[in-house]
Design a protein around this ligand. Structure first.
Ligand code: HEC
Ligand code: HEC
Length: 265
């Protein structure tokens, strides 16, 4: 016998999933202000001449071509901009915009208040599978200057509206279905072996990819990144469930091990 409440529960669940998907698609493509004007990142051509501008440009190069410009601190072939798309300017791809006015802030993983420099080091030891960029090094100053430049015009203390990733419902992933999604929708660019073609097409597993301590190695985070930003040629077309499934499949593949020496980062 069917429980009287069952059909309604199913209906409500289905609707809320649909609503969340509709929201993430609507939110997703462009951010607009109250006049309906699309948000535009600052133009790199407007970076000033002189030492201040040179520093911002160095930070931009490190961000977009990390293994080339910060080789000694990188243990794979990932650019910051592989995940922080469009040089860290893309809404809902964990943009850098506005971060200058948000840090120092409490960090759950570290269980303490951390600075922007601390957070950059965290991505170096995890996402870049490398070593911490020294706190007071010229390269750190450059990266932070670039984030500061991207944050111009933002209100200090107020998160950028496209900060982080889209919010997806918490779902149970099916890595088996994820294998099929990967084959059909991802392997054309990232390779059936996950190796991609760095630096243009990033690796998702293996020696060129992030390590198992990275944020992207969390199924929930990768699903939210992927649902909004991938497949790169038709973003926003995967359902939340497909995004979870493919994220679980990618997580099941071999990744470099996080070096526990850096556990405090
Ligand atoms: C493999 C993917 C990946 C790469 C490569 C990567 N990051 Fe990240 N980064 C993430 C994820 C995932 C988060 C967490 C986003 C969230 O939870 O909202 C993050 C968060 C951050 C944050 C904090 C964002 C916020 O809103 O608080 C900063 C700053 C950052 N990364 C800087 C960098 C820098 C600088 C580099 C290059 C040296 C880099 N990341 C490389 C995936 C990556
Ligand atoms: C048309 C080529 C293309 C397709 C198809 C594609 N990607 Fe990507 N992917 C990219 C590129 C290029 C980047 C780097 C960021 C950017 O420039 O957009 C990227 C970045 C990523 C990243 C973050 C970087 C990293 O190394 O972790 C993940 C995760 C990812 N893709 C997963 C997927 C998944 C899952 C699919 C299938 C659902 C997919 N991609 C389909 C081209 C593609």
């Amino acid at each position: 016998m069917m429980r009287p409440g069952a059909p309604i529960t199913v209906l409500v669940l289905a609707c809320s999933v649909l609503l969340i998907q509709a929201c993430s698609v609507r939110e997703s493509r462009t951010l607009t202000d109250k006049n309906g004007t699309a948000w535009r990142p600052p133009d790199p051509k407007a970076i000033p001449q002189g030492p201040v501008g040179d520093n911002i440009r160095l930070g931009m190069r490190i961000f977009n071509e990390t293994p080339k410009y910060a080789a000694e601190f990188v243990g794979n072939r990932q650019n910051c901009s592989d995940c922080h798309i469009q040089g860290g300017a893309q809404p809902y791809a964990a943009p850098m915009v506005g971060l200058s006015g948000l840090f120092p802030m409490f960090n759950q993983r570290a269980n303490r208040v951390i600075t922007l420099e601390d957070r950059v080091e965290e991505c170096f030891v995890r996402s870049e599978s490398g070593r911490p960029l020294p706190y007071d090094s010229p390269k750190m100053v450059a990266v932070v200057s670039y984030v500061h430049w991207l944050s111009q015009g933002q209100v200090s203390g107020k998160p950028f509206p496209g900060r982080g990733f889209v919010k997806l419902p918490k779902l149970t992933p099916d890595a088996g279905n994820g294998a099929a999604v990967y084959r059909d929708q991802c392997s054309g660019c990232h390779g059936q072996d996950g190796a991609g073609k760095p630096p243009i097409l990033p690796a998702l597993w293996g020696p060129d990819a992030y390590n198992d301590g990275a944020g992207m190695n969390s199924v929930e985070k990768m699903a939210a990144f992927v649902q909004h930003n991938m497949p790169q040629n038709k973003p926003g077309t995967l359902s939340a469930q497909e995004a979870y499934d493919v994220a679980a499949y990618v997580k099941s593949k071999p990744h470099q091990r996080f070096n526990p020496v850096f556990a405090s980062y």
